[in-house]
Design a protein around this ligand. Sequence first.
Ligand code: SF4
Length: 433
Amino acid sequence: MKFDDWITDDVKNVLLVEPNFPIPNKSRNHSNFLPIGLLKIASYLRNKSINVKLIRFDEKNNTDLSQMTFDLPEEEEFIPDLICVTSIFTYWSKYVKNAVFYYKNKYKDVPILVGGIYASLMPEHCKNYTKCDDIILGYIEGAEDIIPAYDLVDVDYQILHTSRGCIRKCGFCGTYIIEPEWNCKKSIKNEIIKKKLIFYDNNLLANKYIENILSELIELKNNKKITYVESQSGFDGRILRKNPKLAKMLKSAGFKNPKIAWDYGIKQAPKIKEQIDILIDAGFDAKEISIFMIYNYEPCYEEMEEKRVKCAEWGVQITDCRYRPLNSTYDNYSPHKTNGQTGKDYYIHTKEGWTDKKIRKFRRNIRRHNICMRHEVDYHSSILERKQISKSLSQKYRKMNYEEVKEYLPDAWTPFKFHDSSEEDYFKYKPKS
Ligand code: SF4
C-alpha cells in the first residue's frame, strides 16, 4: 500500500519512531543522522490536522527494546492510530526490528510502517524480519516540498534536496534502488528558513538547474540570509572538470568543506588533482577539501595507501567509508577491539586481500593523516596527543619536523610515507636519557 492509503479518516495520532541506532549521543543531531524523513512526514501529517509525536531512543542507555517492559509512562497521553518507524543502514536492521517488536507489544492493534534506506533497499527482508505491517519505499512525493518539522528536534540547520536519484550508477551505491527516478528542482529559495543549510542531494552538481540554484544561494548569502552551506555528498568531479565555473559559484554561495570522490585506483590521480586544483582556484583551502574514499573494497590496502600518500602531497583530507555490501544486515565492527575481529563480526573484503588488521591500520592512517592535514604538520604522535610527556618536552618536539623528531618519539608517523599494514602503531613511551 502507498503511505497515503494508510492515512484514513480514523487516523488522528501518529507516532514517529527513530530506533535506538548506535549513534553516539553527541552525534544524534549531526546532519548525517537527523531523521529528516520523519520530520517531513510530521509536517505532511500536521497539514492534514493529524497529531504527531516523535520518539528518538537514547543510545546512552543502549536500550535493548526487545527486552523492555511495556509499561513506560512516556506515551500515556498519546495513543497512536498509526506508527511510522524509520530505518537507515541495512546493517542496522536489528534496531528497526527491536523498535517494531516493542511497539507491536505495546499497541497490539496499531499498524506499523517502516520506511527509510533499509526498508527501500531490502523491502522483503525488512517485512519478514521486523514483522511490520507495511514498507514505505523511497520518499513520499507529497512530503517532498514541505518544510520539515524542525520544532521536533533541536538543530540550527536545515536539510534540503534539490534533486532525487542520480545520473550515475556506481557499483557500491544503492541510490538507483532507493530513488530510481532522477528529479530536479529549479528553485529552492522559498524553502529556506534557516541560515545554515545542508544539502542531501546524491549528486548536487548534476541538477540541470544547478546554476540557477547556486545564483539563488549567492543572492541569499549577499543579503546575509544564509551563512553556511555544505553538501553532505561529494561533488561530481566529472561535472566540475567540464564546468569549472561551478566551483567559483559554490565558493560565492558560501559552501564549506567541499568533498570529491576518488572511487577507483591510483591511475585516477591526475584527474583527481585537476578537480582539487579547480576548487583551489575557486578560493577553497586545500586543507578544507576532503576526498571520499571507500576502503575494504577495490582497490587493495596497498593501493589505497598510495592514494592516501597522494592526498598528503596535495594537502587534502580524506573522508573514509568502510565498505559493506548493500544487502549486509549486520555489522559488529568495533574500533576498540584492538586484538581484532573476524569476518563473522563484520564484512571483510577478502577478495582484494583486505584483512581485519589492514582495515584497522588503514582507518588509523586516515585519522592521523587528517590530523596532520588540518594542522599543517608533517607528523602525528599519539604520545604527544595523549600528553604522555612533560609540557616542556612536548613544546620542544612540536617545533621539530618528522625527520628530527623520529629520534625521540618512537611513534612519530608521517602522512607522506607509505605505511605497511604490518607496521606497529602502539608504543610504550620510554624517555631517552
Ligand atoms: S555518483 Fe554518488 S550517488 Fe550517484 S551512483 Fe555514484 S556514488 Fe551513488
